[in-house]
Design a protein around this ligand. Structure first.
Ligand SMILES: [Zn+2]
Length: 618
């Protein structure tokens, strides 16, 4: 998944710890390596295969149907326990016979335990069910919330523990199963899943899917809408609404080449096709690495292929995450940190070092801000997290992403790129389709790369990264050559040089972001006016640049941007963009503006974005 939020919910557990805890937590090591976010007993009863037979009903906004699990019960457990979140279970058949199941009281964040009596020889458990009123994974869009404005749209976001809100399942990253599905949708719409997908609509409205590679529940995905397909090459292509398809096809031109480059770096792509689906603008995150079919926000369609590192990120997940999976959400950095490192290496391979260096520096700036927000002593700044009793969504911060990636870069700097790449290739290969805990990774790193070299181990000092708070003192930082000119331009502007005369030839999104981020806050109104007159930031079609500019506009009370901000917030659902804007309004004297705008547009946002913003705007 690409970049979510900078965090709010963790304020409650900030402070209270100090840097002396490092030693203590090292000793207890992986006591929090058991997945506490599932109530299922899939560690005892094997759930091998799911067959999903469901109908998508836009009128009632429900998914209903039957989930049939093929199980294996070698230990003769007397029940199968699955996760369910606000599901209505109508009946359950075990090997064709009606079973007296029980659905437990909901536990905060994780939902209910669905207990089904089984025998040693039980093989098939068929659950007839309906989704609840506001499933956390689903967003139902009205036609006017789509690009085409004619048909409704539905999509899911199952990571981290939300698959259970649309499928009764064993919902832990360490539990894998294959699946098939038969999905019935209104005629005229197409259904897509994280599986082998159709490339054309059919007349029946019934679509069949097959995923023969075992995946964890968080990679279950479904999208339904007026969707069309265009190929890029023989194994890659793009899906989007008809109004978006040509822009998407242009933007994704390089994807086929990107898959080849990724394979050159870290070994074969093992998932068959690689396609991407560009969703309507309400999608709450940048992208989601659903196998065979990345889901992504239309905010990456910049018109100039400048935001393709997001696709590099989602593609990289087909090695780190989908292939080698974090065993619990406490080990999330093994998923995202590796993916950011891989994404940067891939982007560098597709461009050059000077370009890649800019991404590392912008990432470092994000990390600094996250540590500042969380508190430099917060346990939530450790790579190894303890999310017991909390929503794993709390762990989706730039700690997992940027601190995780920076640790891998530090290791690379110390061992050299050649050894690092050989190590990672071997790591992906040897752990393919398996899960791994932080402790297991550290053991593997010792055995395969550090190899008892004490001087090397001291230089990396990995415990300070994994079990320690804040940004370790040996954190690598790049000095992008391309930012030198940006810093010069900013300084010149602040010293009075007219905005129109700044030397900005050849700047990418990265340069503009760095240019704006490092401006004093707030800028004077005249300075805002001068920049806007020269570069038209208020009407920028680049969402990254627009979002940064709007934060500055709120801080400076720059009213000419307010109509554009309102429009942006009505249209875009990506939390990464929403959160800084609402945060800035709440932090300044514009709380009422935040409440008014949020009141108008809350219903446009995905339940996950609502969850985040409800805590922020109140
Ligand atoms: Zn990711």
């Amino acid at each position: 998944m690409k970049k979510l939020l900078t965090l709010i919910a963790v304020a409650s557990i900030m402070a209270s710890c100090n840097s002396n805890t490092t030693k203590e937590t090292t000793q207890t090591l992986d006591s929090n390596s058991i997945d506490k976010h599932t109530q299922s007993n899939a560690d005892k009863v094997k759930v091998k295969h799911l067959h999903l037979d469901i109908a998508v009903d836009f009128d009632t906004r429900k998914i209903h149907g039957c989930a049939t699990w093929d199980i294996d019960n070698p230990r003769a457990e007397d029940k199968l326990i699955l996760d369910a979140y606000q599901l209505t279970v109508d009946s359950i058949l075990v090997d064709g016979k009606r079973a007296e199941f029980s659905l437990g009281q909901p536990v905060e964040h994780i939902g209910s335990a669905l207990q089904i009596p089984i025998a040693k020889e039980s093989k098939k458990v068929a659950i007839h069910y309906r989704t609840g009123d506001n499933p956390r994974a689903l967003q139902w869009l009205e036609p006017q919330q789509t690009n085409g404005k004619q048909y409704p749209f539905l999509y899911t976001q199952s990571e981290s523990i939300y698959a259970r809100s649309w499928i009764p399942c064993a919902d832990g990253p360490g539990i894998r199963f294959t699946y098939t599905a038969r999905v019935s949708v209104p005629k005229g719409l197409m259904a897509l899943m994280s599986a082998e997908n159709p490339q054309q609509k059919n007349d029946s409205g019934i679509y069949n899917f097959n995923m023969d590679v075992p995946v964890p529940a968080y990679l279950m995905a479904l999208a339904v809408g007026d969707i069309t397909f265009k190929p890029i090459d023989e194994r890659t292509g793009v899906y989007a609404e008809p109004a978006m398809i040509d822009k998407a096809r242009y933007e994704f031109e390089q994807v086929g080449k990107m898959v080849q480059m990724a394979e050159q770096l870290y070994g074969p792509y093992r998932w068959g096709r690689y396609d991407a689906l560009v969703l309507p603008p309400g999608f709450p995150i940048g992208g989601m690495e659903n196998p065979k079919l990345t889901f992504c926000t239309p905010t990456i369609i910049a018109g100039d292929r400048s935001l393709m590192n997001l696709i590099a990120h989602e593609l990289a997940h087909n090695w780190s995450g989908n292939l080698v999976t974090n065993a619990t959400w406490n080990d999330f950095w093994l998923n995202e940190g590796f993916t950011v490192y891989f994404e940067r290496r891939l982007t560098e391979a597709m461009t050059d070092k000077a370009y890649g260096d800019m991404l590392w520096e912008l990432g470092y700036q994000d990390l600094e801000k996250t540590v500042e927000d969380l508190g430099k002593d917060s346990k939530d700044t450790h790579l190894k997290l303890d999310l017991t009793g909390r929503d794993p969504d709390d762990g989706l911060t730039d700690i997992a992403y940027e601190k995780g990636a920076a640790l891998l870069k530090l290791i690379e700097i110390n061992v050299g790129r050649e050894k690092m790449d050989a190590f990672l290739k071997k790591y992906f290969d040897e752990h393919a389709f398996k899960t791994i805990t932080t402790a297991q990774f550290l053991t593997y790193l010792d055995a395969n790369l550090i190899k008892g070299d004490k001087a090397l181990a001291d230089k990396i000092n990995i415990n300070a990264w994994v079990y320690g708070a804040g940004i370790p003192t040996n954190c690598p930082r790049t000095q992008p050559v391309r930012f030198v000119k940006v810093d010069e331009a900013r300084t010149a502007f602040l010293q009075g040089k007219p905005a129109k005369e700044l030397v900005i030839a050849g700047w990418s999104t990265n340069e503009w972001l760095h240019f704006l981020r490092k401006m004093p806050k707030p800028l004077q109104t005249t300075q805002m006016q001068a920049l806007d007159a020269a570069y038209n930031f208020t009407n920028s079609g680049n969402s990254e640049i627009a979002d940064q500019w709007y934060v500055m506009a709120i801080a400076a009370d720059y009213k000419p941007a307010y109509a554009a901000i309102d429009k942006f917030l009505s249209r875009v659902g990506r939390r990464k963009f929403l959160e800084p804007l609402y945060e800035e309004m709440m932090a300044t004297d514009k709380q009422q503006m935040a409440k008014d705008i949020y009141g108008k547009y809350r219903m446009n946002y995905h339940p996950l974005a609502q969850m985040t913003l409800d805590k922020l705007v109140k």
